[in-house]
Design a protein around this ligand. Structure first.
Ligand SMILES: Cc1ncc(COP(=O)(O)O)c(C=O)c1O
Length: 469
């Protein structure tokens, strides 16, 4: 017997098992709702009279069920303040349907995550209020597969001004993350006859898989101290996936000579550049170098994201495309899942046009610069580690000396100390014979948790050098 009670306080769907007596069916339904977290700690339950009326039960049945659950510790009753859900941990083992919660590591040094405690909540809320007041029908009506024009216009201006991207609103497509953008683009390239995409080695494994899942072959191009060895590109390659401003994961920028070389490669072969500018806003020692797209706008797909500046769960990213790719990508987007939700696009557009976004980037840039310096200041105490890359981004790569234990051992020691970071090996297409390394993110923890995380990291690494092994 499915019932919904929507008393004055809570609205809950419950399933009264008809094979049980009424009282035990109600008890079981309430127990399940509390264990599964559908009734949260502190929730005020309806009065016995109210619930009895709503569910068509006698008041005595409801009172007896409440008493039973109070005795079992699921409910608390205080005279004058009604019956509430007690502090019971949800997802107990006898609720198999409950998905395990992903615990946040004690020391979160995962690369690539921003400090979401720095999220510009006040500006975001003010912009949301404006959007809901002034543009409700736009925010909640049907969306646009290309992305809201307000955001595309704001981004065309912002990307030109801050990243040197040559584009216009009609060439921009908004996607639910770079992940989706790359996936859509890969599908379009396959339909246009492409077969092979060159990827940096090392590079982000997740995005390599996105390309491969679209049935494109990936071929590695090595990375050295000047970035990707674009001289390895041939005319057998249809597109190249690059992270020119801050190579992922080594952190080196693409050398100016190589920028010219890859631009010449696109002109002579017709190959396409896919530029992943994932953290291009964050350069600490100088002005960020402009996007590669600026020197080959008709042969480059520029990809940016809010995942590093605001938070990955927003799932907001953008591509500035050469004209011939706009319609195929928009069509692919429409077929995939119609469009990205509009409200957050309009809010981001508001933040960009009011320059609140610029202010947020400047504030977080200062914060992350300081954190990177603190991290590097700790390392001389740990002999042999080499930090790579320019002062930029949200992570640093540390390669492990040859006489250290292997990377997986270092990572498991770190994990035992509650430290979450990433190993370099899984980012190589073939890790055999490569030096191990640690990708240390310095942005994810909130301010108060950063120094303790550094203490834990340097203590753990020092232990590796001085033993016991
Ligand atoms: C190399 C790289 N590119 C791009 C992204 C952004 O991906 P998305 O916009 O799907 O969150 C990330 C995020 O982790 C990344 O590490």
């Amino acid at each position: 017997m499915r019932k919904t009670w929507s008393g004055s306080r809570v609205d809950l769907h419950i399933d009264l098992d008809a094979s049980k007596g009424r009282r035990s069916a109600l008890e079981a339904a309430l127990r399940d709702a509390i264990r599964q977290g559908r009734l949260a700690t502190g929730t005020l339950l309806p009065s016995t009279r109210g619930l009895a009326t709503e569910l068509g039960l006698s008041r005595g049945t409801v009172t007896a069920a409440y008493d039973q659950l109070t005795e079992e510790g699921y409910l608390t009753t205080r005279p004058g303040s009604g019956t509430r859900v007690a502090d019971v941990p949800p997802n107990t083992p006898d609720s198999p349907s409950a998905a395990p919660m992903q615990a946040r590591p004690r020391h979160d040094l995962r690369p690539g995550l921003p400090d979401v405690s720095a999220f510009p909540s006040r500006a975001w809320l003010a912009a949301t209020r404006r959007v809901v007041a002034d543009a409700r029908s736009v925010a909640l009506g049907a969306g646009d597969p290309q992305g809201r024009i307000e955001l595309r216009a704001a981004l065309a201006d912002y990307l030109g001004r801050t990243r040197g991207v040559v584009t216009s609103p009609d060439r921009i497509v908004i996607t639910s993350g770079y992940y989706q953008g790359l996936s859509l683009l890969s599908g379009v390239l396959v339909r246009h006859g492409a077969g092979t995409v060159a990827v940096e080695d090392p590079s982000h494994d997740v995005f390599r898989s996105v390309v491969q899942r679209a049935r494109l072959a990936t071929t590695p191009i090595p990375v050295d101290a000047h970035g990707a060895r674009v001289d390895a590109l041939t005319d057998a390659v249809d597109a190249v996936l690059l992270t020119p401003s801050h190579q992922y994961p080594t952190g080196v920028p693409l050398h100016p000579g190589r920028r010219q070389a890859v631009s010449a490669w696109t002109r002579t072969t017709g190959g396409l550049i896919i530029e992943d500018d994932y953290d291009g806003e964050y350069r600490y020692d100088r002005q960020p170098v402009g996007a590669l797209q600026g020197i080959a706008p008709d042969r480059t797909v520029y990809c940016g994201t809010a995942s590093k500046t605001l938070g990955p769960a927003l799932r907001l990213a953008w591509m500035a495309l050469p004209p011939h790719l706009v319609k195929p990508v928009v069509d692919a987007r429409q077929q995939a899942d119609l469009y990205t939700e509009s409200l957050s696009q309009l809010v981001l557009a508001d933040l960009i046009t009011t320059h609140a976004y610029d202010r947020h980037i400047r504030a977080t840039r200062l914060r992350y610069r300081r954190r990177r310096e603190l991290l590097l200041a700790r390392l001389p105490g740990v002999t042999g580690l080499t930090a790579h890359g320019v002062p930029a981004g949200l992570h640093t790569l540390l390669t492990l000396p040859a006489d250290w234990p292997p990377e997986d051992e270092v990572l498991s020691l770190c994990a035992r100390q509650g430290l979450a970071l990433r190993g370099l090996s899984e980012l190589h297409l073939d890790p055999r014979g490569r030096p191990g390394g640690l990708l240390v993110g310095f942005a994810a923890p909130p301010e108060h948790a950063y120094r303790p995380a550094l203490d834990a990291l340097s203590g753990t690494l020092r232990q590796l050098v001085t033993g016991p092994r």
